[in-house]
Design a binder for this molecule. Structure first.
Ligand code: NAD
Length: 426
């Protein structure tokens, strides 16, 4: 059996037929949902490729389980495995309390420079939603993962560092706008051209590869002119420089309005849409959040900064009733490193009760299969899940809100998925 690692050659991945995938089981419900995810993936891969392909699961440790056994929350060997094998998948991990490592997820993202947090958000028929038309929500959020006010550069009120920073701001930068200087804590918001461009490039490539109509840059550049305004400006620049006539930007639209009038600009936009160009536009974050409720069908791929992306991902997931079942991945599209993960936590309140919903991790595995180009297996799992929900087959967190809900345990739901995979024709 060929158990090679896979590598990127000339920007294209070569994936061995028997692919080693490192995985972290995770704490709490991780013990229940990770095996459920693996069984489901194995069943789909086996059916799709009749044994010619398989995932060779390689367990690596992290989290509470690892800390109890070795005294380390995130052993070096685990980071090395994700680095060597390029991709991996992880169940939820307990966030350490107190000193030492701040968050295992953040440490992994920083070490492997996983700059894009990718969250596809769609509605499954049968799932209860707080909005009237959840079927209109079909977006993929690309959230910048390494910069912004989330970079962790901040100092608490009254510390020597905060005092030093304040002195620098007032004496050397002549800042006079700090309302209560002596009782202020401070944070720094780095947003770079390089960081923005690699994120926006990934979002546009994703739209082109998946034949999606638009990429929307979401920002607050009207207020934060250099950081969020820079994100917008650099995003448009990148679109023009790197993608040329495969995209049509709203800056081109505005230029046409100014030079040849609105009618001509609308005609150009329509032609671009019809010829399959990706439309690049931007919108202010507050208007975007309103529009997600008023006209969600207007948006497809979203590229945004770290903090905006955090709020946006959760709001969109809530709109499709999928806050607990949304998948996610942290990806570096340049090196090929990617870690797919459940987006919820360890759910200590239900751990060990065989009632956790494995869907978030299963759908993250679907993203993994799509990432390596095993689309047939990915589609089988997605269709199986669609059929399960349509028939009311779901774990109790979802089935309680379904008129035909069946209240399945984790293992029963996994079995229902496997049964559906057997039936699915693709
Ligand atoms: P949580 O997501 O674990 O739980 C919130 C609520 O959602 C609970 O009522 C839980 O029972 C329910 N829930 C979550 N996942 C579910 C599932 N798959 N099926 C059914 N119900 C589910 O959030 P929390 O309680 O705030 O955090 C618990 C621990 O998880 C903390 O240590 C936190 O730091 C950690 N955490 C880890 C991650 C991660 O690893 N990506 C993410 C969030 C929280």
């Amino acid at each position: 059996m060929n158990r090679e690692k896979w590598r990127i050659y000339n920007g294209k991945p070569t994936v061995p037929d028997h692919l080693v995938v490192p995985f972290i089981t995770g704490d709490g419900i991780g013990v229940e949902i990770t095996p459920a995810m693996q069984k489901t993936v194995d069943a789909a891969v086996k059916k799709a490729y009749r044994g010619k392909r398989s995932i060779v699961w390689k367990e690596v440790s992290a989290g509470e389980k690892s800390f109890k056994a070795t005294g380390e929350w995130l052993p070096d060997a685990t980071v090395k495995a994700f680095d060597d094998y390029l991709i991996g998948i992880k169940g939820p991990l307990t966030t350490p309390v107190g000193g030492g490592i701040r968050s295992i997820n953040v440490a992994l993202r920083q070490t492997l420079d996983l700059y894009a947090c990718v969250r596809p958000i769609r509605w499954f028929k049968g799932i209860s939603s707080p909005v009237k038309h959840p079927e209109k929500v079909d977006m993929t959020v690309f959230r910048e993962n390494t910069e912004d006010i989330y970079a962790g550069i901040e100092w608490d009120k009254g510390t020597p560092e905060a005092d030093k920073f304040l002195t620098f701001l007032c004496n050397e930068m002549h800042v006079e706008k700090i309302r209560f200087p002596q009782t202020s804590a401070f944070g720094v918001k780095p947003v770079s051209e390089e960081g923005t461009k690699r994120l926006v490039e990934s979002a546009i490539l994703y739209a082109l590869e998946n034949k999606l109509p638009s990429v929307t840059l979401v920002h607050k550049g009207n207020i934060m002119k250099f950081t969020e305004g820079g994100f917008k400006r650099w995003g448009y620049e990148l679109a023009r420089e790197a993608f040329g006539d495969r995209v049509f930007t709203m800056t081109e639209f505005e230029q046409t309005v100014a030079s040849e009038g609105r009618e001509k600009a609308n005609e150009r936009l329509e032609n671009a849409q019809q010829s399959g160009k990706v439309i690049i536009r931007d919108v202010l974050a507050d208007a975007f959040l309103q529009n997600t409720l008023l006209k969600p069908e207007a948006y497809s791929v979203i590229a945004t900064l770290n903090l905006n992306g955090d709020y946006i991902s959760d709001q969109l997931a809530a709109m499709v009733g999928g806050i607990g079942i949304s998948p996610g991945a942290n990806i570096n599209y340049q090196s090929g490193h990617a870690i797919f993960e459940a987006t919820h936590g360890t759910a200590p309140d239900i751990a060990g009760e065989n009632k956790a919903n494995p869907s978030s991790l299963v759908l993250s595995a679907v993203m993994l299969l799509e990432h390596i180009g095993w689309n047939e297996a990915a589609t089988m799992i997605t269709k199986a899940m669609e059929n399960c929900f349509l028939n009311g087959n779901a774990t109790s967190d979802l089935s309680h809100f379904m008129p035909n809900g069946q209240h399945l345990s984790t293992s029963q739901f996994q079995q229902a998925l496997e049964n559906e995979i057997e039936q699915v024709l693709i």
